[in-house]
Design a protein around this ligand. Structure first.
Ligand code: MSP
Length: 655
């Protein structure tokens, strides 16, 4: 089995993780889980970066002056509890204050020193404590670090040891040329190429007069500079300096997942450090974009930070666990670009992608299998159209995931989900069930739908591990959990399955915030009813105001997207057409609509319309009408249906 060693950046522990730092861990976890699904022996490393001045300062403020490590212990608990809440499946969690790391840092520093790449000098210049980086004058904007404009950089002058980074410029350029995929995405590679073109200066690799850090093996009065120290964590964790066999097994790392702000450290400084010590550089680095909150930088001090714990148990779906936020972060943001989060958008996507779409599909398939076949379904034939869609989705998914286009991988799985919804609507199992002559066709339709759901759950398992395992269980999949491999996403035209009914996976959220966001404008006030008395008082402003409805009244009306599956004229009626519409429920509804003056029945089939879904059923002309179709008509004009976009799945709430 091929091995795959994958890491994330290690976090400074001067504050708790926010959803931006969590974004990195979740997406790296999706990659780790995908690689396991693809059959790799994965080693996934996460950890904390503790030797930072800000961490030391925070520890002091919190009363841990004599024991900053105890502060870091406390923070480790906080970080790991967040990562567990988000279901991050790391195999190892490193901390830079661990003895194994001290051994590795000292070994690598000594090796670079012995190679003649470290020399003594004096550093004089600016230092941004928040970046933990030396800042050349030319990089400052109005004298401030562009990343931390609220802080003033420190001017320092101290004895430092320097690392001969300049010596590695040509080798780096050649490396970038020979390995175009070394740094992804392309925009990040171009940034670094520009930097290399401009030339490299040697960098400081130690700090004088500080106790917080790993002492230099060749000068115990100085500690290793926090970045030189931190980068080595990736080697430490797989045995560098402590376990040669382990190191030989796992090094070089296959992928470092990091933020776009720290690509220079990982693709210029880090390979040069390794080369200096006679070690191979990492194979690949992916610099993801940043997550913003409502268009602003995520920051505690600006009040724009989102607590990942809250996102893993959102108020609108407290029992759904971390899978909805994992899906949001993976599906809604082009991996490699910046993305945005708001609670409203998160809730909206939850309702559309999970409650109305995937969740509803699972419920329909399982409940129909239960109702028509007592939960036992069996393969009948090779699978038709859906099997082809599933095959194409798998190919597209693999290509996307292998290229770290995580958002496209998820989109491929959703194509299959959408096609399965359409397949059910087109084949109308509820109709087939009415006639025993259709029994074989009904068997085939139920199995095919269940098989497509199974495959979608396999593809989405790296993104939503717990929910997909539950879906696989409900659908009666023969293989679930850690035993799943990508090969299981192939169409399986044989076997018998027992489905298991359950409560909705993702109940629709009805909290005020989701409604508030999707309502574009309030509806016009209905005309007041005619006055019952002969002498009606002239309407006053107050009376007019009284006639308007509040938002709470409007919200009582459930407007939903529906797809017309069948339409026929009502005999003896000039106005009414009987519609059979798919509203994303297990069975379609019958609605009598007064639109015959505007449409021929056959024009209506396939149209995506909007209905009032929570109207009490009304008996009309010997039929029960179950809802109301929205249509507009000017005076003397035939009615025109209110149309919705065809991409909206039936059942989507409109507001
Ligand atoms: N300790 C260094 C990394 C050393 S790796 C050898 C560091 N720590 S950090 O805590 O500031 O950031 C950790 C990771 O989170 C970095 O990859 C950084 O880019 C990422 N992010 C920080 N804020 C982020 C967002 N708002 N959005 C996405 N990622 C973000 O840098």
């Amino acid at each position: 089995m091929s091995r795959y060693y994958l890491t994330t950046a290690i976090d400074y522990v001067n504050s708790r993780p926010h959803l931006g730092t969590a974004y990195e861990k979740v997406t790296a976890d999706v990659i780790a889980r995908y690689k396991r699904l693809a059959g790799f022996d994965v080693h996934f490393l996460m950890g904390n970066d503790e030797h930072s001045q800000n961490v030391f300062k925070k520890a002091t403020e919190e009363g841990f002056h004599n024991n900053p490590v105890a502060y870091c212990d406390r923070m480790e608990e906080q970080f790991t509890s967040v990562w567990k809440a988000l279901n991050c499946s790391y195999n190892d969690f490193i901390r830079t204050t661990q003895p194994r790391h001290r051994a590795a840092v000292q070994k690598l520093a000594q090796a670079a020193y012995d190679a003649g790449d470290i020399y003594e000098g004096v550093y004089e210049g600016w230092y941004c404590v928040s970046c933990e980086a030396f800042k050349p004058e030319k990089d400052l904007v109005d004298g401030k670090c562009p990343i931390h404009p609220t802080l003033t950089p420190e001017w320092i002058r101290e004895k430092n040891y320097f690392f001969r980074l300049s010596k590695y410029r040509d080798r780096l350029l050649k490396h970038f040329e020979a390995q175009p995929s070394f740094l992804e995405p392309e925009i990040r590679r171009n940034e670094i190429l520009r930097l290399l073109d401009a030339g490299l200066e040697d960098i400081s690799m130690s700090r004088a007069g500080q106790s917080w850090g790993v002492p230099l093996p060749f000068d115990a009065d100085s500690v290793v500079y926090v970045w030189f120290d931190a980068l080595i964590n990736y080697a430490t964790a797989v045995g560098y300096g402590t376990d040669d066999a382990q190191f030989a097994k796992w090094w070089p790392a296959d992928l470092h997942v990091i933020g776009k702000d720290i690509t220079r450290f990982h693709t210029v400084v880090w390979p040069a450090m390794l080369w200096s010590a006679g070690i191979e550089g990492p194979r690949q680095v992916f610099g993801h974009g940043w997550l913003h909150y409502g268009g602003q930088r995520m920051s505690k001090s600006l009040g724009t930070s989102v607590d990942p714990m809250e996102a893993a148990a959102p108020k609108f779906a407290p029992d759904a666990g971390p899978d909805p936020i994992r899906l949001y972060l993976t599906k809604e943001i082009t991996y490699g670009s910046d993305g945005d989060f708001t609670w409203e958008r998160f809730e909206e996507r939850y309702n559309v992608d999970l409650a109305n779409n995937f969740g509803n599909l699972v419920s329909r398939v399982v409940s129909m299998a239960d109702k028509y076949r007592a939960g036992r379904i069996a393969a009948a034939g090779d699978g038709g159209r859906l099997a082809d869609v599933a095959g194409a989705a798998l190919t597209r998914y693999r290509t996307a995931m292998d290229a770290f286009a995580l958002h496209e991988g998820v989109a491929a799985a959703y194509e299959l989900i959408d096609a399965t919804n359409g397949f059910i609507a087109d084949n109308a199992p509820w109709k087939l069930a009415k006639d025993s002559a259709n029994a074989a066709r009904l068997d085939a339709v139920l199995f095919e739908a269940a098989e497509a759901v199974r495959i979608a759950a396999v593809l989405l398992q790296p993104v939503m591990p717990s929910s997909c395992d539950e879906i696989l269980r409900r659908i009666g999949a023969p293989v679930t959990g850690a035993a799943l491999r990508l090969g299981h996403a192939a169409w399986q035209p044989s076997g018998e399955r027992t489905t298991v009914a359950g409560a909705p996976m993702w109940p629709r959220s009805e909290t005020a915030s989701s409604r508030r966001e999707i309502i574009v404008s309030e509806p016009a006030a209905p005309a007041p009813p005619p006055a019952p008395t002969a002498v009606a008082p002239a309407p006053t402003e107050a009376a007019t105001a009284d006639a308007r409805i509040g938002i709470e009244d409007f919200l009582k009306v459930e407007l939903k997207v529906a797809r017309v599956r069948a339409a026929e004229a009502m005999p003896k009626s000039k106005k009414l057409i009987r519609l059979l519409v798919d509203v994303g429920e297990p069975e379609p509804r019958t609605i009598l609509a007064g639109i015959a003056e505007g449409y021929q029945p056959e024009q209506l089939v396939g149209k995506t319309i909007v209905i009032v879904a929570n109207l009490k059923p009304r008996p009309m002309m010997g039929t029960e009408s179950n809802g109301m179709v929205l249509a507009a008509s000017g005076p003397g004009q035939p009615p025109i249906l209110v149309a919705a976009d065809d991409s909206l799945p039936p059942g989507t709430r409109v507001g």
